[in-house]
Design a protein. Structure first.
Length: 279
């Protein structure tokens, strides 16, 4: 099949079948991501590079798609009051700075090393989330308690503010460089460090992704690495999926959502490892 050259004036030379496949993949990933509050660029990026896209071009496109999807997913979260804006400010400001620097100088760092670090952290945090969720469900089953649904809007104190600010900058720096908003690493920190309820952490994480992804994408944009065709083809389905998935979040039990989140994160970690090895 001939490449879609008439649509590729923005840099893409993918076939029609490849573009449709990327769109369908983005829609499905968006639904899952909307439910758990993560843009899941870690799933999209390896697929984009696997079909032959330049890694830096795929990185910039993936960041902006994460922003578009998170904007759509954040709207239901705002209506359901699931975004804790003081947490967004504390983590978002340093994360914006880190993501911009990472995106601007993405071609100067070892992408493989950064992705390997991300993959290891992803495995560790997802396993911890699964273990704690299973323990909570077992304890609840034996005690007959459902927990306090009002708790978990973020335990901000001097220690957690400093810790989350530094963590936000570092995660933003790595994410901007490799083309990921890295909500997969922020989410465990929101749940376990700040003690946020998973449904609130999901909405808050989507808002953070908008800030971090936009900043990182701007760094790539300045360097001239953007494929607007791919942004459209992948971004629109991502928005539809994230909006639909985000509407479901508030109806899912907190511990069960944490368990699902851990399983999703663990499932995508091999993709990050493979992307690192192939980069």
């Amino acid at each position: 099949m001939e490449p879609v050259t008439d649509l590729a004036l923005f840099g893409s030379d993918l076939t029609t079948v490849q573009l449709i496949g990327l769109a369908v993949m983005s829609l499905l990933v968006g639904v899952v991501g909307g439910i758990v509050g993560i843009a899941l660029g870690v799933v999209r990026l390896p697929v984009m590079t696997a079909v032959g896209l330049d890694p830096l071009m795929a990185a910039s496109t993936n960041l902006f798609v994460s922003v578009l999807g998170s904007v759509a997913g954040s709207w239901p979260a705002i209506l359901q009051n699931r975004i804790v804006f003081r947490v967004v400010i504390v983590i978002g400001i340093p994360a914006i700075a880190g993501s911009f620097v990472g995106g601007l100088y993405a071609d100067l760092v070892s992408r493989m090393i950064l992705l390997l670090i991300v993959a290891v952290l992803l495995v560790w945090s997802s396993l911890m989330m699964i273990v704690r969720a299973v323990a909570e469900l077992r304890n609840r089953s034996s005690s007959g308690e459902d927990g306090d649904p009002r708790s978990g809007r973020g335990d901000l104190n001097s220690k957690t503010v400093v810790r989350e600010s530094v963590l936000g900058f570092v995660i933003g720096l790595m994410g901007g460089a490799v083309g990921l908003a890295l909500g997969v690493l922020r989410m465990p920190a929101l749940v376990h460090v700040l003690k946020m309820k998973p449904s609130l952490a999901a909405g808050t994480n989507l808002a953070l992704t908008i800030l971090v992804g936009t900043s990182g994408f701007t760094g790539h944009l300045i360097s001239g690495r953007v494929d607007w065709l791919l942004v459209s083809v992948i971004g629109i389905p991502a928005m539809i999926g994230m909006f639909a998935g985000s509407r479901m979040t508030g109806t899912v039990d907190a511990a069960k959502l944490r368990l699902v989140l851990g399983i999703v994160l663990l499932s995508v970690s091999p993709l990050v490892f493979s992307d690192a090895i192939l980069s």
